[in-house]
Design a protein around this ligand. Sequence first.
Ligand code: MLT
Length: 390
Amino acid sequence: MSVSATAQRLVDALVSVYPECMREGLDRLDIDLDPELEAAETAATEQLRKGLEELLGQPFTQQRRGPLEVFQAAFSGPTAILVSRGMSPLDRDETTVNALPGDVFGLAPASSREISDEIFEAHMSWGIEKAKAMRGLVMGRVLGFEKTGEGDSVVVFIHGFPLDHRMWLPLSSVIGERHRCLIVDLSGRGRSELDAASSIGGHAADVLATMDQIGVDDFHLVGLSMGGYIALALAEVAPHRLRSLTLADTRSGADDEKGREARVAMIQRIADGEAAEVVGGMADNLLASSTPEAIRELVLTMGLATPVETLIADVTAIRDRPDRSSVLGDLSIPVMVVVGAEDAITPPDEAETMARSVGARYEVIGEAGHLAPLEKPTEIAEALLDFWSD
Ligand code: MLT
């Protein structure tokens, strides 16, 4: 079990003050520390250490109790002895009894501040870490990302399915001559921890949390396909953070019934051990006929490196995304729609309808399929640089 340094400090501190704390409690009750109570104290100290290590070894978001509650619960042994001797517990209301499990004689402190400043501080550090983790659960988690380039403005790139940040590297090396590029790995890839329950909106919260963490207030946002769904979800909640939005080979609408059924079938195949076949089939579908074999190989490499749990979480999130066409219609920032002329998944006529419906700039890239930014990075980089300089 790995208990973090913060947590270990708290375990050591609480375990070391346990006997002293109990003795003070017994003194207050005017009870001698006899052999039976002393043995109970030793057993409870061990229970306390184990309980704290178990609790604090769990990810913060899964900890259902606080360390002080474990500390107080450890007093249930000595408490049971006092009860067996016919002593009456302190008179407490229901709330207080629930708040101090296992300690009805007031042997345990009500707060870590009552024990010492050092423990109070260790307890506070634990609380801060836990609050951050809980915030991440609701507000997004910080993702791993690559950065490249220099410049005054920041461009954030969000990859598609079943890919990772590598799909943007050729394009970002051109853009990086003038802009700072941040290329995230969505949850469950690279250094980004998997959130199996993540939705498209949850991914958008992750991207925002990542920008908050590194102090990026506003940025140009570029999303490909699933990354475009996420970019739109981000635009829905934080349009003020965006300088512009570029949607590449994507759509604003939701899946129809047939589309959702196809997603369910794909999830089943992946769960049944056919992830490699699914990824292989996609690689064939994603690219234009003239796209070099090396790019197909890279697509396969990214897809096969994506863990099965991540593939399933992605397809589930894609399947369940809502229609965000009205989000696109409401935006007052510059929007560009780019699409590969041979995109078989989100074809140019669909992309053009979406672009025209909101007066967005529209670019079709020749000899490119669904992964136009990877297949034709120079052409899309030029289109982006021109769009931003307008
Ligand atoms: C993608 O490239 O991200 C996926 O094709 C998105 C989708 O299947 O809708």
